[in-house]
Design a protein around this ligand. Structure first.
Ligand SMILES: Cc1ncc(COP(=O)(O)O)c(C=O)c1O
Length: 392
């Protein structure tokens, strides 16, 4: 069968290679401990499960759900946002329900890019951001993130010829995989840049709550892009229930922002899906409007894991920076493995059963690093470090 050319770049990816290495390790009888996927192992709060359970026997929730039926969810999302960031949001025109933020960020380029147009993406960055651009027939311009710049892109490095053909920029802070945080003043410069060059500014914000010191001197350490663009002139922000509320498998998120961008994405999605199941949206409403104690408790769990893991790594001589946000550790490989992240990760899983993500999977500039997802308890993480020590 003849397949479209756009499939080719999607076929080869280092995560698929890692998946095979994991399967080989399992088949070889190793007890695999998986730190390669950012999928929270923590439970969903009971009041959220209860809301979903109550919907299940209700036949009125079983049919297709059109946009207008999602109004209660959009209202909950708008109110949640306004309470947190103090910016008013119109649930009718400025909110769009999503089947996870990945779905939304991967579909948006279809609304913005003509074949050959550029999207400005961070390198390293989240793989589906690139995937969506390729599906839309666009080209990706990698904005290299360097440690010495706090893993923030330097806009003046983007060539004029690329800018002239660019339609969108994608940012995502707190950042996966580097764990970096962006300041409000950086976001202000990004908004000005995008306004000047007529670019849509996309901010993927799933780690909005996974911040270890949420405020310093009463300033939000991980700001929303809309705080830098309160009139929503060029910006759209993507949120997820996967991290704050541990609902990754339920597939629910939302976009908030510029009404033209929201409408454009809505038009694309109208050809693709019929929204998430209403019962799950009821659960998401319960999560967004109910008691928020669980969010803080989850963050505390990740903080304890972070500290235990970093201390254990330090004991074996592997020093890594302490992240201020996210559920990851971004670690520079010891010099013996320099620039061989896929080789290191394959060797590690095949010899010890410990699975982690190679930095190269997040882009060329991720090479030389690995990403650990803190999705196990501290005792397990300490045991992981013992296994790593055997390899190093
Ligand atoms: C930057 C980023 N965007 C999106 C996602 C996926 O979120 P969702 O489960 O809402 O699709 C992740 C998950 O790890 C992520 O790190």
């Amino acid at each position: 069968m003849k397949f479209a050319q756009r499939l080719a770049p999607l076929r080869s990816n280092v995560f698929a290679d890692m998946d095979q290495a994991k399967a080989r390790a399992k088949a070889g009888g190793l007890d695999v401990i998986d730190l390669s996927l950012g999928s929270s192992d923590l439970p969903v709060e009971p009041h959220v499960l209860e809301a979903i359970a109550q919907s299940l026997p209700d036949a009125s929730t079983h049919g297709y759900l059109l946009f207008h039926g999602t109004r209660p969810f959009r209202t909950a999302a708008a109110n949640w946002y306004t309470q947190k960031f103090g910016i008013p949001v119109d649930p009718e025109t400025e909110v769009l329900p999503l089947i996870g933020s990945q779905e939304g960020t991967a579909h948006l380029p279809l609304a913005l890019l003509d074949p050959g147009d550029f999207a400005l993406l961070t390198d390293p960055g989240y793989p589906s951001h690139i995937g969506g651009v390729l599906l839309a027939g666009g080209q990706m311009y990698p904005m290299t993130l360097r440690e010495e710049n706090g893993y923030l892109p330097v806009f003046t490095e983007i060539p004029m010829a690329v800018l002239e053909q660019s339609r969108m920029m994608v940012l995502s802070y707190p950042h996966n995989p580097t764990t970096a945080i962006a300041s409000l003043s950086f976001f202000q410069s990004a908004v000005e840049f995008c306004q000047r060059h007529n670019l849509a500014l996309v901010h993927d914000f799933p780690y909005v709550d996974l911040i270890f010191d949420p405020t310093v001197h009463q300033t939000q350490v991980a700001p929303s892009i809309l705080q830098a663009d309160p009139q929503k002139t060029v910006s759209i922000e993507f949120f997820s229930l996967s991290k704050s509320y541990n609902m990754g498998g339920f597939r629910v998120g939302y976009a908030i922002g510029n009404r033209e961008l929201i409408l454009a994405l809505r038009n694309i999605k109208a050809m693709v899906d019929f929204n998430q199941y209403q019962g799950i949206l009821q659960g998401a409403i319960a999560a967004l409007t109910g008691p928020q104690g669980g969010v803080g408790r989850s963050t505390e769990v990740f903080r304890r894991r972070r500290d235990a893991f970093i201390q254990a790594l330090s004991r074996i001589g592997w020093q890594v920076p302490i992240p201020r946000a996210t559920m990851y550790i971004w670690a520079k490989l010891p010099s013996k493995w320099e620039n061989r992240s896929l080789e290191f990760c394959t060797y590690l899983v095949e010899n010890t059963g410990v699975a982690v993500s190679p930095g190269a999977g997040f882009g060329k500039s991720g090479e030389g690093f690995v990403r650990f997802a803190l999705v196990h308890e501290p005792e397990v993480l300490e045991h992981v470090v013992d296994r790593i020590a055997a390899v190093l």
